[in-house]
Design a protein around this ligand. Sequence first.
Ligand SMILES: C[S@@+](CC[C@H](N)C(=O)[O-])C[C@H]1O[C@@H](n2cnc3c(N)ncnc32)[C@H](O)[C@@H]1O
Length: 187
Amino acid sequence: MELGCADAQFAFELARQRPERPVVGLEIREKLVEINRRKAIREGLSNLYFGYVNLNVDLDRVFEADEVARFHLLFPDPWFKARHQKRRVLDERLCQTLAQQLRRGGEVHMASDVFEIALDAMEVFESSQVVAMGFLNLAGAWSFSRENPTGIASKREETTLARGQRVWRLRYQWQAPGEEARLAPLL
Ligand SMILES: C[S@@+](CC[C@H](N)C(=O)[O-])C[C@H]1O[C@@H](n2cnc3c(N)ncnc32)[C@H](O)[C@@H]1O
């Protein structure tokens, strides 16, 4: 699932590489959702779906419990969650929704070219409330990940790297609270 997919370069490539897997792109700009849908039909990608969704309002109604293997939150805008804290991309409430919809061993993969946004997100994930939900930093507590779990770059990742800028990456695995052992990441 790509959250805030824009032109969905990432979701398209993932769907092409994994035809046996459903891939979903969610986006708040309706026109882009329509363009992406038509493009997916033209390409014959029957495993690729798009939804017109405001993530901060609707996500808890998009997926069932235990349904999602991986959420990709790639280069979200600073104004993603505008009301109280302009910079903050995700909050405890969104983490609760992600935890509910992830399968055991599933993952949240987030990337940003803005250090402060990535650090804010890490602060949320490392808070005691969110750790108690079952999120575990795959790079170790308070550490950024170097590795893109898919090897696929979104449009924004491509432009960031082309400019020689750093990608700040977070990978958090979810396991049901109380289950001790770390699970092998889902493929
Ligand atoms: C900077 S773009 C990144 C696009 C793509 N993920 C990439 O890495 O190239 C962020 C996208 O998130 C979308 N977005 C922002 N707030 C959103 C929200 N509340 N719900 C859904 N999408 C949102 C924006 O419309 C925009 O297309």
